[in-house]
Design a protein around this ligand. Structure first.
Ligand SMILES: NC(=O)c1ccc[n+]([C@@H]2O[C@H](COP(=O)([O-])OP(=O)(O)OC[C@H]3O[C@@H](n4cnc5c(N)ncnc54)[C@H](O)[C@@H]3O)[C@@H](O)[C@H]2O)c1
Length: 249
């Protein structure tokens, strides 16, 4: 028996990194997945994972793409049991010169917060049609406390994800919808696995466990939260950071 046997899910950001690994965990646990990305790599992920993943190309900064994403899931699977918002960006210039700037804010908010809000809005409508569901939103330890290497607007967007998710949990709990946050600490993705910069090496050492996270370790927690095993867990922000956020620097 898989943790997610028979569950129909939408996962964003499946092209690479944590989203891709989360899709792998969900399929392993028996879920059907609408795998969403802007890059085109959602097709590769679907091909690698077999018939349980239906690829969906979408730019989550566009509401019409989000509406189409939810419609595609309902068309493919008949209902939406879980929505997992992994897609995000830490792009932009970063650094002190733009630490507090409207430009940085405008780069960070569309994917990291606005897209999450809209995906939840339209995902909840579908979940209510099916009698309830579970939302898992990805943020960052930088949304809990400050990580000096991250852009300020990134951390503000991720803190916004925490408030948004708690608001959804409170508003929709009595209608059978749970909503929780996975807040990753530094996690090895394809992008950074082999990078040898001082900053990356410092990030790798931040956790209390003395190592960075693996993408699969994020997906495992998301799978639990999406499953019926977490039936009394809602409005929670769960750091998956090897204890990074537990310690003073
Ligand atoms: N990797 C880490 O160390 C870390 C730490 C803290 C938080 N996070 C968070 O975890 C999540 C995943 O991180 P990651 O490192 O795997 O990221 P990543 O950049 O490797 O992957 C993000 C995926 O989202 C997709 N995406 C970006 N913008 C999109 C858009 N507009 N529409 C559709 N898809 C879009 C990308 O194409 C990509 O496939 C993000 O929300 C990130 O902020 C990651």
């Amino acid at each position: 028996m898989g943790l997610l046997d028979g569950k129909t899910t939408i996962i964003t950001g499946v092209g690479r990194g944590i989203g891709k690994a989360t899709a792998e965990v969900f399929v392993r646990e028996g879920a059907q997945v609408l795998g969403v990305d802007i890059s085109g790599a959602e097709k590769d992920t679907a091909a690698a994972l077999g018939g349980s993943v239906v690829p969906c190309h979408a730019d989550l900064t566009k509401e019409e793409d989000i509406v189409a994403m939810v419609a595609a899931a309902e068309e493919a699977f008949g209902r939406v049991d879980a929505l997992v918002n992994v897609a995000g960006t830490i792009g932009g210039r970063g650094g002190q010169s733009s630490y507090l700037s409207a430009e940085e804010y405008d780069l960070m908010m569309p994917v990291n917060l606005r897209a999450v809000l809209l995906a939840c809005q339209h995902g909840i409508e579908a979940m209510l049609r099916g009698g309830g569901g579970s939302i898992v939103n990805f943020s960052s330890v930088g949304g809990i406390n400050v990580e000096s290497m991250a852009p300020a607007a990134y951390m503000a967007a991720k803190a916004g994800v925490h408030a948004l998710t708690k608001a959804i949990a409170v508003e929709y709990g009595r209608q059978g919808i749970r909503a929780n946050v996975v807040a990753p600490g530094f996690t090895l993705t394809e992008l950074v696995r082999d990078v040898k910069s001082d900053a990356i090496e410092a990030l790798k050492r931040k956790s209390a466990l003395g190592r960075p996270g693996e993408c699969r370790e994020q997906g495992e927690v998301a799978a639990f939260l999406a499953s019926d095993r977490a039936s009394f867990v809602t409005g929670a922000v769960i750091p998956v950071d090897g204890g990074w956020s537990a310690q003073l620097p």
